[in-house]
Design a protein around this ligand. Structure first.
Ligand code: UDP
Ligand code: MG
Length: 315
């Protein structure tokens, strides 16, 4: 029995790239089918993430004209991670293995062969890892590096230089569905699943056409979300800092009492102001950090659906 492969592709305003993506993915599936590696019921599954352009109309057209294309449409824009999850949860009903990739052809399609090979060698999860960042802009390269460093510091277990280009077995996705959190950070969650994993290196290209849907602001939120979803180290650091300040204050207390006993207590206005400002700022920031977590708890307890599928086109 050969393998049913689904390729899940989240799309947000991707009308410029969809034709080319469909062409290349179709060719890839065709060749894999012909060599008998995958079954001919394998499919591409586009997830329309509430696009405002012709993305969904195009998916519907391909659905009619191309035997490999299927699609689901979310009721509104929910962001890349939720769109991806919607795709994975839908595809697992039909597929043995699911590969997720971006619509913009940045991920090397030829790595799919190696993904499947690793799966056949027993891996339940195969991570696509970029071999270099030469083709990224200077800015993206450095912010990405800072991102991984920060995540590691905060105790989030990430696969270095791996985005969301990966293969997951049906079983792994089944287990992923047990993670009920609303604040999704898949790159942090999937390593938690365990199982036998493998990595495949590939060269990541420039976006084929159109603009990045991840401007700096979204990237920063993504990083904060990633840390607060997977680690409570920021709260720990505040506790640690508070403890150190406490120790220092004991030393200062002794120093001040000594000064008082010796009769010279007038000096020290500058120190006063500096310390008041410093601790004022630090306390507000600390409340903010704790607030981030409280906010997350609030969102999690509501347990709202992470996506709503408005249309499904499968065959
Ligand atoms: N995307 C999405 N919903 C969003 C934003 C992006 O589904 O709200 C998709 C987008 O269509 C693409 C993928 O997520 O397939 C990655 O986005 P992009 O290529 O713009 O990000 P970058 O590669 O610049 O980080
Ligand atoms: Mg991209």
């Amino acid at each position: 029995m050969s393998l049913v492969l689904y390729i899940v592709v989240p799309c947000y305003n991707e009308e410029e790239v969809l034709a080319e993506t469909t062409k290349r993915l179709t060719a890839k599936l065709d060749s894999l089918c012909q060599s008998g590696v995958i079954a001919d019921t394998s499919r591409i599954m586009y997830v329309n993430d509430g696009s405002k352009d012709r993305t969904w109309e195009m998916i519907e057209e391909y659905f009619e004209s191309n035997k490999y294309v299927t699609g689901i449409s979310l009721s509104r824009n929910r962001g890349h991670q939720n769109a991806l999850l919607a795709g994975l949860m839908t595809a697992k009903e039909y597929a043995d293995v699911v590969i997720s990739m971006d619509a913009d052809l940045q991920d090397d399609i030829d790595a799919i062969d190696k993904f499947v090979e690793e799966y056949n060698n027993g891996a339940e999860i195969v991570y696509g890892v970029r071999s270099s960042r030469k083709k990224d802009s200077f800015f993206k390269r450095h912010t990405a590096l800072a991102f991984y460093r920060l995540m590691a510091r905060m105790g989030v277990d990430l696969v270095y230089n791996h985005a969301d280009y990966r293969l997951m077995s049906k079983r792994a996705i089944e287990e992923l569905s047990g993670f009920r959190e609303v604040n999704l950070f898949l790159r942090g969650l999937i390593p938690m699943l365990g199982f036998k994993t493998a990595t495949v290196e590939y060269e990541r290209d420039k976006r084929f056409a159109g603009e990045s849907k991840y401007p700096l602001k979204k990237m920063i939120y993504f990083a904060i979300d990633g840390i607060t979803s997977c680690s409570i180290r920021p709260i720990r650091l505040i506790t640690l800092f508070g403890f150190i300040i406490f120790l220092i204050s004991i030393v200062m207390l002794i120093y001040i009492i000594r000064g008082h006993l010796l009769g010279g207590t007038i000096q020290g206005w500058t120190t006063q102001v500096v310390l008041t400002c410093f601790f004022g700022g630090f306390q507000i920031m600390s409340i903010g950090v704790v607030g981030e977590y409280v906010g997350k708890i609030y969102l999690e307890t509501k347990d709202r659906p992470r996506f709503i599928i408005s249309e499904t086109k499968v065959k």
